[in-house]
Ligand binder design. Structure first.
Ligand code: MLT
Ligand code: MN
Ligand code: ZN
Length: 304
């Protein structure tokens, strides 16, 4: 199984267009460096997974999708055909702007297979009508979780996070999910949770035994929320448990017997994005890695 990190930043990416925080400033200073040296730049989070051959499942469609595809040879149209794509389907963890806007840029394709929950499917056909718009360009086929495609099994765990700000308040579950993707040949298993409101017993059971785990790294601490208005603060905290602190994700991850643990969906204000910072050091010392754009993870078949 191969996994590509196409983008590792939270909504807005790094640099965010209107932000002058230290990370965004450093990312802007790297403007003229070759891509491999742009260590502060993070496009908005998205990963792609292939179990075998060249059929990729995209997990979330970032607003940066076009440049993310352009940068990866693996996602180029197959040789010998003028048009085409190794993209098999797109699976969504939620219906948020930073995870769905990229769908609009898949409109040139022949057909789109979209895997999502009922509330996300509803939202994308009404309050944030991306799928209705796409339907004018190509057929959109929807699959529900659990789904099986491209030699992968994709399962979802609903999380108690807030619906998107434009969705009406609802108690329906499934506005935000964590995904578990299992390779049918390799037996390898990845969990992707870029929005994690808390570490519940259900979530701990869901990740148990996986080979690689990608966890919400939006904020280091609640203090980063200070510049936001109180309502926005509450909604963000309901959706993103910070990394640090006794109840944070790092304390939980550090004791977890999973080989490959990563933070992803990292906000531009998060000090872990500076490799020289003490928070970044604490993350490394806890055995957790910080995902970066262009990262390739290979998971070889489990010995049988
Ligand atoms: C989130 O992760 O909660 C959203 O992306 C926030 C946003 O972009 O509005
Ligand atoms: Mn987000
Ligand atoms: Zn910033």
């Amino acid at each position: 199984m191969r996994l590509l990190v196409l983008g590792s930043g939270a909504g807005g990416g790094v640099p965010q267009w209107n932000c002058r925080c230290p990370n965004c400033t450093r990312a802007r200073e790297e403007r003229d460096l070759p891509p491999s040296r742009k260590s502060f730049r993070h496009t908005q989070a998205s990963i792609a997974i292939a179990e075998r051959g060249e059929r990729w499942l995209l997990v979330n469609a970032s607003p940066d999708l076009c440049s993310q595809f352009a940068d990866r040879a693996e996602l180029a149209p197959p040789e010998g055909s003028l048009r085409g794509s190794p993209l098999a389907a797109v699976a969504l963890t939620d219906g948020q702007i930073d995870h769905t806007t990229g769908l609009l840029f898949l409109r040139e394709g022949g057909e789109l297979t979209l895997v999502c929950t009922d509330p996300v499917w509803k939202s994308l056909g009404s309050t944030f009508p991306i799928v209705s718009i796409l339907g004018h360009f190509l057929p959109v086929r929807r699959l529900a979780y659990p789904a099986e495609l491209a030699s992968l099994i994709v399962e979802a765990l609903p999380l108690p996070a807030a619906p998107a700000p434009y969705d009406p308040p609802s108690n329906e579950s499934g506005h935000v999910v964590a995904l578990r993707i299992t390779g049918k040949k390799s037996g390898r298993r990845v969990v992707y949770a870029p929005g994690l409101p808390g570490v519940s017993r259900e979530f701990a059971d869901f990740v148990a035994g996986c080979d690689a785990l990608f966890v919400d790294g939006t904020f280091w601490s609640e203090e980063e929320l200070a510049p936001m208005n109180p309502e926005r603060q509450r909604s963000i905290l309901r959706s993103h448990l910070p990394v640090s602190g006794p109840g944070g994700t790092l304390a939980w991850l550090s004791g977890l017997p999973i080989r490959e643990k990563f933070y992803i969906h990292i906000n531009n204000t998060n000090p872990i994005l500076d490799p020289g910072s003490s928070p970044a050091k604490q993350v490394r010392e806890a055995g957790v890695q910080i995902a970066y754009d262009g990262m390739l993870l290979r998971l070889y078949p489990s010995p049988s």
